[in-house]
Design a protein. Sequence first.
Length: 178
Amino acid sequence: MSKRVAIIGAGPAGLTAAYLLGKENQEVVVFEKDPVYVGGISRTESYKGYHFDIGGHRFFSKSKEVEDFWTEILGDEMLERPRSSRIYYNKKFFSYPLVAFEALKKLGIIESALCVLSYIKAKIFPKKNPQNFEDWVVNQFGQRLFNIFLKPIPKKYGVYPVRKFPQTGLHSVLKVFP
């Protein structure tokens, strides 16, 4: 006997869950508080002829299953664009993920040397059994690069300090959004 499933929120996660359950012949009801829009903050608004993205609705995945899913859903409406992310630091834009020689050049000779020394230290004396995101990043890139590029992000956006996040959870996010 099939049970009726209630999904709260017609954002990307809720709509995806409803779609997949529906494909399995499951009865689904989606509740959305907004009387006009579905898709949560993943939408584009128009104002005076200009288009504004309200929230993030681009994704990057190396998973064929994920790519196939979204191609099935969006078909010809799926837009593929080159991915370009940047970090603004010290009045300069840095590619993200960081490009080693570009970052070292833009940081300057002294800061670059300190970053290289920090990286070497991390490789010689890695943190044993990294427990959180900071530990993992420091082991990969060194404390100095972490302090410059990643440590300020949670404070900037008013979220938890990075030490509070378990490494495994954010590590999996980094695999999806490197």
